[in-house]
Design a protein around this ligand. Sequence first.
Ligand code: GH3
Ligand code: MG
Ligand code: MG
Ligand code: MG
Length: 305
Amino acid sequence: MPMRVLIVDDTNTDRLLLKLHLSKLGYRTIEASNGQAAIDQFLAHSQDLDLILMDVQMPFMNGFDAVRSIRKIQEQQKQEWLPVIFLSASAEDDDVEDGILAGGDDYLIKPISQKVLSAKMLAMQRIADMRRRLVESNRVLEELASTDYLTGVANRRAFEVMLDREMSFVRRYGSSMACAMFDLDKFKVVNDTYGHDAGDAVLVEVVNRIKGVLREEDIIGRLGGEEFGIILPKMPENELIETFERYRCVVAEHPVTYGDIEIPITASIGVALYSGNKENKIELLKRADDSLYEAKETGRNRVVY
Ligand code: GH3
Ligand code: MG
Ligand code: MG
Ligand code: MG
């Protein structure tokens, strides 16, 4: 997709010349004839805009003010940086400095050489591409850093961040939520009997079964090994046991098929209810873990609240 450029200039002929020049070079263009119109165009097209060429002297709102507003909007909306080149009749050092301080990336003095403008635009494009790659690789890294590799659910770090967030929702809005620790029973035996790969397949299948019965807003994370955390926001106390019994059953009711072997599997679940007391996430998890311990002690394959 060719770069899309917003041309801002109050002088019709200047705008037209730029437009012709850029079209010849294969760029797509949109236009505005003053600062306020430039902001409007920016708001309407910010998803599909690669560069702004901004005149400085314009009625109503000058180019510097327009760019200051655009930068503020971008910051508030956490948008990517959009390159801006000022095109100005003034060659004063102070104006060049003001332009860069206002958020411009470059400042060219009119009359503009078409060759220089093309070269500068290329440089801007290069920087914009680099930024885009950086933003994308940060996104990928962030996802990797918060996902469990085997099962694809949140890892412990990401789970705890979400737990913190859900707990503060409860404190703010006064609802209640469930936090559970979910641990496969005698899983070491599964590994010892069928091999580690079979164990991995069981972990993946169990997670898929649980995900199949979770609501959209529910959260599951792998806390370690064969132990998972579950958060059920807006969960009333009287539905707790019934809900987690369903999760227990969905694991226990059918063995997991691995190749031509059938691996029976059960899980124990320790549940804690959170209704907004002063506990932190570690203390809440500890309560769930205490319930889990009790579930294990009293025979496994059960829910303890
Ligand atoms: P309990 O009912 O008391 O929970 O017994 P358990 O055997 O499940 O518990 P224990 O903590 O003794 O053993 C957990 C086992 O889980 C041991 C470890 O090898 C296995 N495990 C942990 N992570 C993985 C994994 O990613 N893949 C596989 N295949 N096994 C794992
Ligand atoms: Mg002007
Ligand atoms: Mg276990
Ligand atoms: Mg365990």
